[in-house]
Design a protein around this ligand. Sequence first.
Ligand code: SAH
Length: 260
Amino acid sequence: MSNNNTKTIHDFDFNLICEYFAGVERQGPGSPAVTLKALSFIDNLTKESRMADIGCGTGGQTMTLAQHTSGQVTGLDLFPDFIQIFNRNAEQLNLHGRVKGIIGSMTDPLPFEKESLDLIWSEGAIYNIGFERGLNEWRQYLKTGGYIAASEASWFTNERPDEINKFWMENYPEIDTIPNKVAQMQQAGYVPVATFILPENCWTEYFYAPCHKAQEEFLKKYPGNKMVEDLIAGQRHEESLYLKYKEFYGYVFYIGKKLK
Ligand code: SAH
């Protein structure tokens, strides 16, 4: 789920957006392989570790994270319907003893003690607060030696065609090049441990393909509903831009460590 539609997400009915995205396994680009790759850069996690997944959605990546770690994981998301699905998924996977979804906004003070977390995770969601602000504000909740791992839209080149530049400037002007994002991470008080570009299949196979099915079902369920048509048109436009301009931008995972 991203705010880069032709109309911003605020122009739509939240309930409809939630219903649409609740019907797909992930709400943004990613894959289990990429979650595990990012996790491979993080050390010192134990049964005592406390982790948070901010903007967790229905928890696709949270469950992967939880299945490959042994501590407590809290998922936080603004939308109650997503959290309901999240907690149901945790239960079905028998993870509910150590994985909990809670409703909350990432732009409010987070419901964690200062210096209490070993890991802050956020896939395709930090843009909601803004990459720099998120890095800066969330740092206080991490222990010394704790990690942040966040995926974020980034430019691959210094120059790019006007059409795609304009699209991003209208929707998320904080998109920037990888070296600039890494510098922001350093500036916010983290050692940049790793960055890597999410492979194309995170968009096509894991995000857009399941969305196609959801789009068709949604149009069938709400025939003639202008808001639904606009929402789907926005999603399709976003996808067509990705396919056209994918060599110029994508999602990048940024992993940083809080040293002191
Ligand atoms: N991490 C998930 C979801 C990414 S989509 C995945 O990769 O599939 C972005 C998520 O951010 C959505 O679930 C949306 O509900 C959530 N979100 C948007 N604004 C938020 C806010 N202010 N606080 C918390 N979550 C928010």
